[in-house]
Design a protein around this ligand. Structure first.
Ligand SMILES: *Cc1c(COP(=O)(O)O)cnc(C)c1O
Length: 367
């Protein structure tokens, strides 16, 4: 089986094996050691000295934590969206009573920092800017550094959904001034779903101190208090901690810059392979095409469901369709987490075999 969806990704055998370990006292010294090790590794991979907390929950839980911990009902927040996950951030903000100002861009394109700037200039009441670093639903990656520059120049809190980027695409939390950054275990981290992570800058702590949105489970004050005594406030997903400790060690051993380069090359390789089959990338400008997930336009007249079913049933290749308004117009090939060139080759061979069977001719160039 070649699981090529953007999370959960396959995980290495030793990571799987780590989860067969017996349970331990999550308030004992053994767990404290694992928690400290995992937190330290994540901070290095986030390129941050900010506080970082590992929460039990999926990525959306961490997104909720990024809202409820730093805002009060009625706060003006600017939510940029280039896809389904940007929309989700806006929805969560609204659910907790923020005054959400939306800044929407075409789903095949990145956020334009100049437009962010003019919005900040026009509305000085905006307290924060929320951005999806890598829009997993469309395979478009924002230029986070240039957006960060604008947001910091205006002194706003910068909140980043880096769920599918950090650990695979360069994200310099401290150097770029990212105040709150969230991710989760089943994306770049080569671990199963169950844990999410959030980093909190000193500026975000100041905001937190006066933020009045209701919160309990996701309260980062509680997470900080408990981390100081080597614990989490609530019972953590212990087995996922076992897994993450092994996968993070493997990532650090390879070295962050090597891991980032690996994904840049694999992204390039995947795009080239798909284009050679006569397919069109969804990203309008390939410079913003994601290095962790490639979205491809459904060829005219192709039955997308039949295509994906054939790949799954006859070739063991699992791809994702689009999300929301793109559910029938794109498909996505993921190359994040535990993946190598052979997985991509296998995917390309299968796609090449299936395309003519669903009425799409394939150019005869690729061997
Ligand atoms: C996967 C993903 C999420 C949602 O994470 P869940 O673990 O499914 O809750 C949010 N944002 C982005 C960018 C993602 O890739």
């Amino acid at each position: 089986m070649n699981l090529r969806i953007p999370g959960p990704t396959p995980v290495p055998a030793d990571v799987l094996a780590a989860m067969s370990r017996q349970m331990m006292n999550h308030r004992g010294p053994e767990f404290a050691e694992i928690l400290a090790d995992v937190t330290g590794r994540l901070k290095r991979l986030f390129q941050t000295e900010n506080d970082l907390f590992v929460l039990t929950g999926s990525g959306t839980g961490a997104m909720e934590a990024a809202i409820v911990n730093f805002f009060s009902p009625g706060d003006n927040i600017l939510v940029t969206s280039i896809g389904a996950f940007g929309d989700r951030f806006a929805t969560i903000g609204k659910a907790f009573g923020a005054n959400v100002e939306r800044l929407d861009f075409d789903w095949d394109s990145p956020v334009d920092p100049l437009v962010v700037e003019s919005r900040l200039k026009a509305n000085p009441d905006i307290k924060a800017v929320l951005v999806t670093h890598n829009e997993t639903s469309t395979g478009v990656t924002n230029n986070l550094a240039s957006i960060a520059k604008v947001v910091n120049r205006y002194g706003k809190l910068f909140v980043v959904d880096a769920i599918s980027s950090v650990g695979a695409i360069d994200l310099q939390t401290d150097a770029w001034g990212c105040d709150v950054v969230v991710t989760c275990s089943q994306k770049s981290w080569m671990a199963p779903p169950g844990l999410s992570m959030i980093s909190v800058s000193p500026k975000a702590w100041e905001t937190h101190a006066v933020a009045k949105m209701p919160r309990y489970y996701w309260d980062v004050s509680a997470a900080k208090r408990y981390l100081e005594i080597g614990q989490t406030p609530w019972t953590p997903a212990v087995s996922i901690f076992y897994a993450l400790q092994i996968s993070l060690a493997a990532l650090e051993e390879r070295g962050l810059s090597n891991v980032l380069k690996y994904h840049r090359e694999l992204g390039e390789y995947t795009r080239a392979g798909l284009k050679a089959l006569g397919l069109d990338l969804f990203a309008k400008d390939e410079r913003f095409a994601s290095d962790v997930v490639t979205a491809v336009k459904r060829p005219e007249g192709m039955d997308l469901k039949a295509f994906l079913r054939k790949l799954r049933v006859e070739h063991g290749v699992i791809l994702a369709a689009g999300q929301a308004r793109l559910s029938d117009s794109i498909f996505r090939v993921a190359h994040l987490g535990y993946v190598n060139k052979a997985d991509i080759d296998d995917t390309l061979v299968a796609i090449k075999a299936v395309l003519p069977e669903v009425g799409v001719p394939v150019p005869p160039i690729r061997a």
